[in-house]
Design a binder for this molecule. Structure first.
Ligand code: AGP
Length: 612
């Protein structure tokens, strides 16, 4: 979950590293540090706090160095303070390490190294790596790192520099993402994510699991397998990412920018994938598995967090449109159960980042059991995207706000396409398919219209400003939307919120209702549950609860029953989750802003959870 970046070349490494860290800060932001090669030593500066603090600390020092590594941390072992911040040095101060991941056997390695005389200064698991590399060092850092890593259990993306070998960075990965990039002649970058380096180059090498690389300003790249030291061919990919995609472009926060991008991200998720004539979805990514999908009789969807909410919506969509039984599993639970995978079972893993450790582990466990595993990912070339048999990209573009917004609606959109694709190979009729295609095509315009009313949501955020608790209620396909609305509010405004199926409220949560607890109820016109939801609203009102309804534009009657209404354009029930989620995202956003919270970097969280 931490971000690492390294640079070697002819330019001053310091501004490049700081810029890279800033762009990786979504991965973790509790402390930051930098290590650069000085004339005769390694210079380290690190601080508790954000990258901005680090920049301010070193600003006046006017460092100038051709090689360095840097880190922004999300603490796992040891409090987020100056000492535990990366980089970490060995005893002699001749090498420095930054690390993303968890060294699971660090305790036994530490005991072993202490017995050998190594002195430890931090509470981190990472420091053992610095000492272990020192222990194995016999004049060649590449070999020392490689051999030492054979003794390491856990996950790592690392970058290491050496005092006596300027111009060289050693990097390796297992279970944590890492890319290497080529800049101008003799210039190399190492980073957790391409966002850190796209300003400088688009020529990227995606490190595979278990690979180690040396980038050297004079000698070029050497890539090998950690286990057997077999040298490997370097494959350079040109990435398709524009700098504007990872900048705020005038918005105060990435989250607001990403909420506003949803008309175009929904369009991108469906572009070239709709067959209006046949009322069908065209999913090239699954084309090689057409026969398999024709006979699939069970689907498992697995994911974490917001992506898990999308999976729950996927369950409703696939079961109602394609008539195939679907199970939804938290990836963190799936991996430790003994899931039954049969020949005709398809498993979809859903992940924005494509790097979530639990989701990746679930994928690997399913593959080990012989399952056909398909991905629904955003980040192109991510580990999950590469390890699945096939899949469908959601094409939402980089999502930088820690709270997932546009990726969620695009995941739902792709799940609707998958449902349509499976349904049209079964009993979903041509006219039903054509109607669904038309409704999907109409969505971007409806989203644009919806976003023009964000001021209405801003006003309603006042109910939430002082709230300590909030309830989100929905039924049927909008129950997961209620879960997502609650998660968004929790994540960024720190208000305790719960999502519930509206009818379940009377089995417990109704006890919480009073005039201080706002209750958001999803009540679209087309919902087959509309009348039932109205009854649930009455139940809340009878207990002095404050109700904010999300209802279909034109429904005037509902206004008489509730305290406030957020109107959304009409769409068919299957697509209401896409439309309904947007006001809930805005509500969480404006509430967090009102409460003075750090919207893009909420406390304790990180965008991409690469530890178990
Ligand atoms: C979303 O707002 C969250 N920050 C989080 O729940 C996220 O959805 C989860 O960690 C899964 O991430 P992924 O989609 O990248 O796998």
């Amino acid at each position: 979950m931490c971000g690492i970046v390294g640079y070697t070349g002819s330019k001053n490494a310091v501004p490049i590293l700081l810029d890279g860290l800033k762009r990786l800060e979504y991965r973790g932001y509790d402390s930051a540090g930098i290590a650069i090669l000085g004339e005769n030593d390694i210079i380290i500066d690190k601080v508790a706090g954000k990258v901005e603090m680090l920049s301010r600390k070193i600003e006046k020092k006017h460092y100038d160095s051709r090689t360095g590594i840097a880190h922004t941390r999300w603490a796992t072992h040891g409090a987020p303070n100056d000492i535990n911040a990366h980089p970490h040095l060995d005893c002699s101060g001749k090498l420095a390490v930054v690390h993303n991941g968890v060294i699971e056997n660090y305790r036994s390695l530490k005991i072993y190294l202490e017995k050998k005389g190594h002195q430890f200064y931090t509470e981190t698991d990472t420091e053992v790596l610095a000492h272990l590399f020192e222990e194995y060092y016999k004049g060649d850092l590449f070999e020392a790192v490689r051999e030492a890593l054979l003794n390491v259990e856990g996950t790592y993306g690392i970058a290491v520099i050496e005092r006596d070998n300027p111009g060289r960075i050693i990097a390796a990965r297992l279970g944590s993402p890492l890319v290497v990039a080529k800049g101008e002649a003799g210039e190399y970058f190492v980073a957790s994510d391409v966002a850190a380096i796209v300003r400088f180059t688009k020529d990227v090498i995606f490190l595979e699991e278990g690979e180690i690389v040396a980038v050297d300003a004079r000698e070029g790249i050497k890539l090998a397998d950690i286990k057997d030291n077999r040298e490997k061919k370097v494959e350079v990919h040109t990435i398709d990412m524009d700098l504007t995609e990872i900048e705020k472009n005038g918005y105060p926060h990435f989250m607001l920018k990403e909420i506003h991008e949803q008309a175009s991200t929904i369009l991108n998720a469906t572009r070239g994938r709709l067959d209006a004539e046949n009322g069908d979805a065209i999913l090239q990514g699954l084309a090689d598995y057409n026969d398999f999908f024709r006979n699939v009789n069970r689907i498992i969807l697995t994911a974490c967090g917001t992506s898990w909410h999308a999976a729950l919506i996927g369950e409703y969509l696939i079961e109602s449109i394609a008539g195939i039984p679907v199970e939804v599993e938290y990836a963190s639970e799936f991996r430790y159960r003994n899931p039954i995978i049969e020949e005709k079972t398809a498993l979809f893993v859903i992940s924005q980042s494509g790097e979530t450790a639990d989701t990746l582990a679930a994928l690997r466990e399913a593959k080990r059991k012989g399952a056909r595993v398909f991905g629904i990912c955003n980040v192109v070339g991510s580990t999950i995207a590469r390890e699945t048999d096939a899949g469908v990209y959601i094409h939402a573009g980089p999502e930088i706000g820690v709270a997932s917004t546009k990726a969620f609606t695009s995941q739902v959109m792709v799940l609707a396409l998958i449902a349509l694709y499976l349904g049209r190979r079964r009993d979903y009729s041509l006219s039903q398919g054509k109607n669904m295609v038309r409704e999907i095509q109409a969505l971007p315009e409806k989203i644009t219209e919806l976003l023009q009313h964000e001021e209405d949501v801003k006003k309603i955020a006042r109910y939430f400003r002082k709230a300590e608790n909030a309830l989100f209620l929905g039924r049927h396909i909008n129950y997961p939307v209620a879960l997502e609305g609650a998660l968004k509010l929790k994540e960024i405004s720190y208000i305790h919120a719960e999502g519930y199926p509206a009818a379940e409220m009377k089995h417990g949560p109704i006890a919480l209702i009073d005039e201080n607890m706002p209750c958001v109820v999803l009540a679209n016109d087309d919902d087959i549950m509309y009348e039932k939801v109205i009854t649930n609203i009455q139940e809340v009102k009878a207990r002095n609860g404050k109700v904010i309804a999300v209802a279909t534009k034109g429904n005037k009657k509902i206004k008489e029953l509730v305290d406030d209404v957020l109107y959304v354009p009409f769409t068919v029930q299957a697509l209401t989750p896409v439309i309904n989620t947007i006001p809930l995202q805005l509500l969480a956003y404006f509430t967090a802003v009102e409460r003075g919270c750090d919207v893009d970097q909420p406390r304790n969280l990180a965008k991409s959870v690469t530890v178990e």
